[in-house]
Design a protein around this ligand. Structure first.
Ligand code: GDP
Ligand code: MG
Length: 683
């Protein structure tokens, strides 16, 4: 066994007792020891470094990367610090911890992480992860140091670790600060031993893509779901050649990089104000201890073992593969559903795609860490279902529409058939419509979960619409029937009314009203007989009957108006008068002789005729039981109809006008009669 080196011996002494080594600005302080304790010496050390009173005028930088990748060497060259560099002859380090130095001649706190490589040793990733998270959360610039050949290797480039660190960092420190600005951090990738055959731009592209992929696969807290990598991090990339093989170039490039940390006027100055945590220097010790405390107590960090990290990575990959295929399949039916098609067998297809994706995931992923496998499976299932759900809902909507269309068509067909029963036609169509929907809906159900694949609500909506359509159809049917009955009424009253108005008997209105009321009564009972098959409500029946009565009355009035129009009524009066003046009681035409009492006969016939005018003027049956009682309310009628006014056929002026016109005509007959006697004498 080898004798421990002096250096190791010294380290062993320091371990467990965090303390500064020497006094002076070149001191280094172990801020976290291998017992994972935070130092109590930071404040005094800041005092020694003359930084305690620097206010905001200081910066913090830390480094992250695999063991023995020249991290300490780089920091020492960049900042003039004196972190331990691994002894070439030993090629192993035993101490763990985070060390801090003050940059030489600059207000910069530099942190270096020392420790075993957890991935190689298998056991202590805990420290590795915690120190990485601590560095990320507390520094303004985090240098991510890696060999060129590590670029693009998930494990080699520490990307797996980075994923966990990002995830926890987001959970712990990801929320916006009070002034709603995100805490920003610069991630500076330093690619070591860059040979030059692959240009930096290509390496940069690979790393950026890796980082983006990691970011997209993070399980983010719900409220930070849509946060982007760029919301929290700026990325910068630089490459350094081999320190020994290209010593001069290495030195020159390091100096150029150093300038970016020092020279505030340089274009790509790295300590941008946006990265500063805005903690005054005298609060830094307390602040960092707080972060360490949070990091230490965080459960998420303790959890993933190497096995789990691998499982997370692989399960994500497998899941993504299964999902890609699934999405392709699901896409094929998206368009048809969107344009309103009821896709035949959609449910079977969806269940098939889903099972296929799960089977594929299970086959490949179930070999990995069970906890991770199951968790990712739940995620996958949620994603699958969230893709299928719109298809399911769309299918239901389309089914609803199609069923309703079929329902309407079936009814219209039914109503065309001879002697149909309306209620039966509707009832049968409704039954078939619902059955069709339910069958289609059940087919589309993807999984047992009734809340997620519910179609009853859509069925209720369909039923509601079916009801509305049926109601509308019934109203249309009722209207049609009322129209038909109205036409019949018109036909039936036409002749009798003509007849009675021509006769002008004193009980003319009694006869007319009797005919009218009998016709109406027959019509009403014929309506009621038919309405039975319609499932009409009482209200609907009352409304229909009121309409019917009102229209019947209008029909009667129209008929009367037609028969009492000026020329028609004058014709009737003339005929009445002629019958009495130009014909004798036996109906024989009179031939006037000079001795005849023309004046007397004329007066009598004229008076009798004039008596008719008041009779025609108003609908007034002598028997009051024959009076018409109008419906109290008529549907769809804008103004109230004035029945009392509608009883009047002629106004007084009108009656006077007709009287005058008739008198003139009668006078003409009188003159004609007189002349005929004169001419007979002259013969
Ligand atoms: P750390 O563990 O990442 O801090 O690495 P160290 O800085 O302790 O260096 C580990 C070993 O790598 C030492 O022997 C260094 O001399 C050597 N080394 C430092 N920088 C480079 C470099 O740029 N290229 C190569 N190939 N080796 C380096
Ligand atoms: Mg080191």
């Amino acid at each position: 066994p080898q004798v421990p080196s002096l250096q190791e011996h010294a380290k062993a002494l320091v371990n467990g007792r965090p303390t500064s080594t020497n006094a002076g600005t070149s001191d280094r302080l172990q801020i976290i020891n291998d017992a994972k304790e935070f130092t109590q010496e930071l404040n005094p050390q800041l005092e020694t470094w003359a930084l305690r009173d620097a206010g905001f005028d200081y910066d913090i930088v830390a480094v992250f990367g695999s063991q023995s990748t020249g991290k300490s060497t780089l920091l020492n060259r960049l900042f003039g610090t004196n972190f331990d560099v691994m002894d070439e002859t030993q090629r192993q380090q035993t101490t763990k911890g985070i060390w801090m130095c003050r940059g030489k001649g600059m207000n910069v706190l530099v942190m270096d992480v020392e420790g075993t490589d957890g991935r190689e040793r298998g056991e202590d990733q805990d420290f590795e992860r915690k120190s990485a998270l601590f560095s990320l959360a507390s520094s303004e610039v985090l240098i991510i140091n890696l060999w060129e050949h590590q670029v693009g290797l998930y494990q080699g480039a520490n990307m797996g670790l980075l994923k966990t660190v990002f995830e926890v960092n987001l959970g712990l420190f990801g929320k916006k600060t009070q002034d709603s600005v995100n805490q920003r951090t610069m991630l500076l990738f330093v690619i070591r031993d860059h040979i030059g055959t692959t240009p930096l731009a290509n390496l940069q592209a690979t790393l950026t893509a890796d980082l983006q992929r990691i970011w997209d696969s993070l399980s983010k807290p719900a409220e930070l779901q849509d946060r982007q990598l760029a919301d929290y991090f700026d990325l910068a990339f630089t490459a350094l050649p081999h320190k020994i093989l290209a010593a001069d170039k290495f030195e020159a490039d390091v100096q150029a990089l150093r300038k970016r940390f020092v020279d505030k006027s340089s274009d790509n100055y790295l300590f941008k104000p946006a990265y500063h945590k805005r903690i005054p220097a005298d609060g830094v010790a307390f602040y960092m201890e707080g972060i360490w405390e949070q990091v230490q107590t965080n459960k998420d960090l303790d959890l993933p073992t190497q096995q789990e990290l691998l499982a997370q990575f692989r399960c994500d990959e497998i899941s993504a593969g299964a999902l890609a295929e699934f999405n392709e399949q699901a896409k094929s039916q998206k368009r048809p559903v969107e344009v309103g098609k009821v896709v035949e067998g959609l449910g079977e297809m969806m269940r098939g795609w889903r099972n296929q994706a799960l089977t594929r995931y299970d086959r490949d992923a179930s070999r990995y860490h069970q906890g991770v496998y199951k968790r990712k499976r739940t995620d996958l299932l949620a994603t699958l279902d969230s893709t299928l759900s719109p298809l399911f809902v769309g299918q239901l909507k389309n089914l609803h529409k199609a069923s309703l269309v079929a329902f309407k068509k079936e009814i219209l067909d039914g109503l065309r058939s001879e002697g149909y029963n309306f209620a039966d036609v509707v009832g049968q169509a409704r039954g078939r419509c619902e059955a069709r929907f339910v069958e289609g809906a059940k087919e589309a159900v993807v999984a047992d979960d009734e809340a997620a694949w519910n179609w009853e609500e859509e069925l209720e909506l369909l039923r509601e619409e079916v009801r509305l359509v049926a109601d509308q159809l019934r109203k249309d049917e009722t209207k049609k029937m009322v129209n038909t009955i109205e036409r019949n009424i018109k036909k039936q009253i036409s002749e009798p009314v003509d007849l009675h108005l021509n006769k002008a008997a004193p009980d003319m209105w009694d006869s007319i009203m009797r005919t009218f009321k009998e016709t109406l009564a027959k019509s009403e009972s014929s309506y009621l007989a038919k309405a039975k098959s319609f499932d009409c409500t009482d209200e609907e029946n009352t409304a229909a009957l009121s309409t019917l009565r009102h229209r019947a009355w209008l029909a009667l009035r129209a008929k009367i108006d037609e028969q009492t129009a000026d020329t028609v009524i004058l014709g009737k009066l003339r005929a009445y008068f002629e019958e009495r003046f130009r014909y004798d009681e036996a109906g024989v035409p009179r031939v006037w002789k000079p001795d005849d009492d023309i004046d007397g006969a004329f007066k009598k016939a004229k008076d009798q005729t004039l008596d008719l005018i008041p009779l025609y003027s108003k609908i007034a049956p002598k028997d009051s039981s024959l009076e018409y009682s109008p419906p109290s309310e008529v549907p769809d009628q804008e103004e109230e109809y004035d029945y009392a006014a509608s009883l009047v056929i002629f106004s007084e002026t009108k009656a006077l006008d007709i009287t005058n016109r008739f008198r003139r005509e009668a006078d003409a007959y009188y003159v004609e009669a007189k002349r005929s006697t004169v001419s007979s004498i002259a013969q």
